[in-house]
Design a protein around this ligand. Structure first.
Ligand code: FAD
Length: 324
């Protein structure tokens, strides 16, 4: 069975869907990708595409879409600012160009790209179906699975040159606001419950005196929802897989995609592997989030001013031990 070439349907042509279709086509499977968007619009989605350098382990030619390099993040609490030095460093990428790189790789491998078609039902006639259809996944709903927790991520861009290498965040009760230097733009954004995120972003934009405001937003899921099904599975935002502290989903989604490829076509094994790898990280991340908020707001003197931090797989104890 393992060496048999299968007919595979990937629903969703975001980063995770296109990565999976490319990799599965490399294994010789006949792969079809469906997306409701037209090809030219695939890159357009509300996403900062700020990722650690680990992205280079997955996708080639990353420098073609590099906008800026980020060394650290300042977290502003009312009475203290904490600097997190990213290790590995983070890259600000142009999402449109990233999608184009993945499309090229898919085209080279003759993946069948079926764009501009919204699917409402899980298609028949495939040996395997993978739902990479994002936070609102209809594949997840069709399988009768619950929704993960949802927050909203919202962004505004200001045309302003800024090549500095520090992002700035302010915590809000349900998430945080951010400021990312993107080279030719500065991005302002917020993650949180809908009204709170919009209100907090507006407050930040008022302080920064940003007049032109074109908001773009998308849902940010959090959890790990994966079917117990040997023919249909989920990956990326469709399974809710984002980091609890930042809402970032690209690196975790790519790790899950690699687990899927390694265990393919055994989706039950994939479920086992992802749960084993991510469940504890999610619980730890949620607890750490609460503790950082608690200490940052009420006992800021307990937290060191500067820490070195792996933003994909943090070890909170080591981060504290490495304080300066
Ligand atoms: C404001 C914001 C900022 C973010 N910043 C970061 C960041 O800096 N770093 C990071 O790692 N993550 C970030 N994220 C999260 C990141 O964007 C997601 O985790 C990532 O894009 C998920 O990729 P995906 O391929 O799983 O899903 P998506 O990119 O959502 O792709 C899903 C695709 O499925 C298609 N689709 C949906 N339904 C159907 C259907 N019925 N039929 C056919 N096609 C369908 C959609 O058109 C879409 O192209 C951010 C999110 C937001 C909202």
């Amino acid at each position: 069975m393992d060496n048999k070439k299968l007919k595979v349907c990937v629903i969703g042509g975001g980063v995770i869907g296109l990565y999976l279709s490319w990799k599965l086509s490399e294994l010789g499977h006949e792969v079809f990708v469906y997306d409701r968007k037209e090809e030219k619009d695939l890159g357009f989605k509300s996403c900062s595409t700020l990722v650690s350098e680990r992205i280079r382990q997955f996708i080639p030619r990353i420098d073609d879409c590099l906008e800026n390099i980020i060394n650290s993040c300042d977290i502003n609490f009312p009475k203290k600012t904490i600097r997190l030095n990213f290790s590995p460093k983070h890259l600000v990428l142009d999402r449109d160009k990233l999608i184009k790189i993945l499309l090229d790789l898919n085209k080279k491998n003759n993946v069948k790209l079926c764009f501009g078609k919204e699917l409402k039902e899980i298609p028949r006639g495939f040996d395997r179906v993978i739902g990479c259809d994002g936070a609102g996944s209809f594949v997840r709903k069709s399988l009768g699975l619950p929704n993960p927790n949802m927050r909203i991520g919202i962004q505004v861009f200001e045309e302003k040159k800024d090549n500095s290498c520090v992002t700035k965040t302010h915590l809000i009760p349900s998430g945080f606001t951010w400021e990312i230097p993107r080279g030719n733009f500065v991005e302002y954004g917020a993650l949180g419950e809908q009204n709170e995120a919009k209100q907090s972003l507006d407050e930040l934009l008022d302080i920064k005196d940003v007049k032109k405001r074109k908001y773009i937003s998308a849902l940010v899921p959090q959890g790990l929802i994966i079917p117990n099904n040997d023919k249909i599975t989920l990956c990326g935002d469709a399974m809710g897989l984002t980091k609890p502290w930042s809402g970032g989903g690209l690196i975790w989604g790519l790790y899950a995609a690699d687990m899927l490829i390694k265990s393919f076509p055994d989706f039950i094994e994939y479920k086992k592997q992802t749960e084993k790898f991510f469940n504890f990280k999610i619980i730890k991340g949620r607890i750490a989030n609460k503790l950082v908020n608690l200490f940052g707001f009420y006992f800021p003197y307990v937290i060191p001013k500067e820490m070195t931090y792996d933003n994909d797989f943090p070890n909170f104890l080591i981060a504290f031990a490495g304080k300066k």
